[in-house]
Design a protein around this ligand. Structure first.
Ligand code: C2E
Ligand code: MG
Ligand code: MG
Ligand code: MG
Length: 284
């Protein structure tokens, strides 16, 4: 039954991806419905300081709890949301929801920052900086509590309106991260002009780090470049102790990946990482 359901879901979304008009319409109305009926959820993954193992941040990753198709990952519905023009409201919901969650964890005594993924389309919105400022204010957060992650390819078009918005966000005090760093084929000269704070090394360089000398050379090179430019380096996709020890010895600042923690619902996340604090809370 499960296999049948998941293959139906796959077939449906593949049809939508391939441009079936009917599947598109269906998805669009499903997504509208999802937004109105709170079917979107944010899961969180911890980011640990490599040297100390201390949790310094969480990344918010959106999922769609579909009533009949189950939990759908962002790689399936975010590209479609972009196509049907729904990324604006979804992005706004993600931002609000992540800020609300951070506020709740802050109030419970946990000092963390939260990272939120923005899609290219969100950065074309001329009001994006005001929206971010409003969300921070609503939840009493400081601008540097928030990291905005943007996939590398977005940074590469110097003509794009997105670049102005990156400067505005930076002026507001938000920290900016280049996600999937190392996967966009372009000159690195954009690092000179763009207001970036953090490089997130793509997990494709980490998977075979212990075996592939080229990957190790690339990671070392990125770390050295980043530190010379005063940027922080986060390594994503760390799954083994060996990878973790290697990237720490290479000087990476922060590690993220299944070894350190999987993505969890807010409740599961609190139980896994903050259970002591909730015991303290119950005694007061
Ligand atoms: P990303 O921002 O690069 O996020 C990392 C992805 O790798 C996440 O997949 C995460 O669950 C997964 N991951 C983390 N650690 C490991 C590991 O050790 N091994 C492996 N194999 N995978 C790991 P997820 O949650 O499916 O998200 C996929 C992508 O969807 C994200 O890539 C991001 O680009 C996008 N995305 C997620 N949430 C949002 C959102 O709220 N808005 C937008 N616009 N995009 C989002
Ligand atoms: Mg990300
Ligand atoms: Mg990434
Ligand atoms: Mg990605």
């Amino acid at each position: 039954y499960r296999a049948k359901r998941s293959s139906q879901r796959r077939a449906f979304y593949e049809a939508a991806m391939e441009g079936s008009a009917r599947a598109h319409l269906r998805l669009e109305s499903d997504l509208h419905h999802a937004l109105e009926h709170s079917e979107l959820v944010l899961h969180y993954q911890p980011e640990m300081e490599a040297a100390s193992g201390r949790m310094v941040a969480v990344e918010a990753l959106v999922r769609w709890q579909h009533p009949s198709h189950g939990l759908i990952g962002p790689d399936t519905f975010i590209p479609l949301a972009e196509e049907v023009g729904l990324i604006g409201p979804i992005g706004a919901w993600v931002l609000d929801s992540a800020c609300a969650q951070l506020k709740a964890w802050r109030d419970a005594g946990h000092s963390l920052r939260v990272a939120v993924n923005f899609s290219a389309d969100q950065l074309q919105d001329r009001d994006i900086t005001d929206r971010v400022a409003a969300a921070l204010e609503r939840f009493g957060l400081q601008a540097d509590d928030l990291v905005v992650e943007i996939t590398e390819s977005v940074w590469l078009d110097p003509e794009s309106a997105a670049i102005d918005n990156l400067h505005h966000l930076k002026r507001l005090g938000v920290r900016l991260a280049i996600d999937d760093f190392g996967t966009g084929y372009a000159s690195l000269s954009y690092l000179k002009h763009l207001p970036v704070d953090i490089l997130k090394i793509d997990r494709s360089f980490v998977t075979d780090l212990a075996e592939v000398g080229v990957d190790a050379a690339i990671v070392r090179g990125i770390v050295s470049l980043a530190h010379k430019l005063d940027l922080e380096v986060i390594v994503e996709g760390v799954e083994t102790q060996t990878q973790c020890a290697l990237v720490r010895d290479m000087g990476c600042d922060v590690v993220q990946g299944y070894l350190l923690g999987r993505t969890l619902s807010p409740t599961a996340f609190s139980d896994a990482y903050f259970s002591e604090a909730s015991c303290e809370g119950s005694t007061t």
